[in-house]
Design a protein around this ligand. Structure first.
Ligand code: AR6
Length: 188
């Protein structure tokens, strides 16, 4: 599904593996320790190669941990991208502990990082919806609202945001929300 915003910017939903889809920047669902892990994080390090962790080692030595809601940038190794933005999503408790703001902060921070680096296409996974337990439909609403608002209201150089959803359940949750924005059309 693709949604073209009034200013010509695009939000696209696809199913698949985020490491296989070309973009200026690929966003990782990382942890505060920037230590690698399973899910998207594991896939990105496996496909991108050891250079990404070597850069994270240097970043960790400088800044320590990366708090939830924030992100750090590395190059992308063998991935079809120039950068990886390692975003740290919130661990979901009950939605009453700042999780929505932190999740929204991940997407906004990554879009700002894209603008600082003149990246025009950015791909996102469904941050926090795996190991971190964020309910899919809530996470989809926050992710899409944050990205659409950024693309519509900021003077941004990002032309396209791609959400790469791993399975049909995630795709359907996002498509349900994006469909509400109006003239969405097309199929995955
Ligand atoms: N491409 C796209 N989406 C994927 C892929 C992939 N290759 N693999 C999984 N997903 P998760 P989190 C989906 O657990 O919840 C890691 O260990 C998955 O189905 O990767 O933010 C980190 O190191 C789910 O919908 O990230 C952290 O410790 C979504 O991506 C922790 O997990 C996110 O699932 C972060 O947890």
């Amino acid at each position: 599904m693709e949604k073209r915003l009034k200013n010509g910017k695009r939000v696209r939903l696809v199913t698949g593996d985020i490491t296989r889809i070309a973009a200026g920047a690929i966003v990782n669902a990382a942890n505060s320790a920037l230590a690698g892990g399973g899910g998207v994080d594991g896939a990105i390090h496996r496909a991108g190669g050891p250079g990404i962790m070597a850069e994270l080692d240097e970043i960790r030595a400088k800044i320590g941990r990366c708090p939830a809601g924030r992100a750090v940038a590395t190059s992308a190794g063998r991935l079809p991208a120039k950068y990886v933005f390692h975003a740290v999503g919130p661990v979901y408790r009950d939605g009453q502990h700042g999780e929505p703001e932190l999740l929204s902060g991940c997407y906004r921070t990554c879009l700002q990082m894209a603008d600082e680096r003149e990246v025009h296409t950015i791909s996102f996974p469904a941050i926090s919806t795996g190991v971190y337990g964020y309910p899919l439909s809530e996470a989809a609403g926050i992710a899409l609202r944050t990205v659409v608002e950024y693309l519509e209201t900021r003077p941004t150089g990002v032309d396209e945001a791609i959400f790469v959803l791993f399975d049909a359940a995630a795709y359907d949750a996002y498509a349900g929300v994006l469909g509400e924005y109006g003239s969405a059309a097309g199929t995955p």
